[in-house]
Design a binder for this molecule. Sequence first.
Ligand code: IPD
Length: 265
Amino acid sequence: MQSYQTLVEAAKTFATEAANLVRSSRNEQLSISSKSSITDMVTDVDKAAENYLVERIHQVFPEHSIIAEEGSDHKGSSEVSWIIDPIDGTTNFIYGFPSYSVSVGVRTHDDVVAGAVYNIPENALYWSGKGMGAFKNSSQIHVRDKVAISKSLIGTGFGYSALRRVAQAKFLASIIGEVRDIRRAGAASLDLCFLAEGRLDGYYEAGLWPWDYTAAALIVREAGGTILGPTDEEPSGELTIGASNLELADFLRRKVIPFLPFEED
Ligand code: IPD
């Protein structure tokens, strides 16, 4: 198997190249269709960026597997998998709301060893390798120092099923009086990177897919934060919680569990 360093460098390169493709396609006429619901959109640029990433990974690592948001999955002979989201925050990309990214994570068995998340509107690359720390471009990043729950700024997101969104909003209403405030910026991978660099104190969402959080969860851990779920022992097996400290992560988990599972339409 390649060294972690090789995989980290490749993840950074592929995410940056795909981000350039996405950025340069933004002013073209987008072709938009819907997926799981009318609110769940995909564009020709998502597909082109995914094809680009898949080709690059195949070129350099033909034996690796790929798990990709728009469906270009590939089962390779090696134990290494690439988990890719060609555009996380597609709605923002379409509207020009400045929070969308390319996310590239690399896993061996169940261990995530490399992650790169390119924040396209900000032109910044978040990245990490297992045991290497977390970085934004060339600067090391860290979660905020211990923050009290009452002073914590919490990010979240909503799924694409109407029923699930209503349940998610009810949970949100149950914590908004106990924390400093809530943010919903629209790209889970970036929300987690914002947590890693101290722009948020915590983040939770139920129902994320691996391509939304794999790369960014490594970045949070390597920045000194805590990630709970979806492999931990919460009942629905579908929750992603990130926080700058364990107390805050526990608070979010304790509060959300009575609301789970968030049913879908
Ligand atoms: C979505 C975004 C959003 C989150 C949704 C995700 P997509 O990813 O990350 O913030 O709330 O759950 O599905 O569809 O833009 O790649």
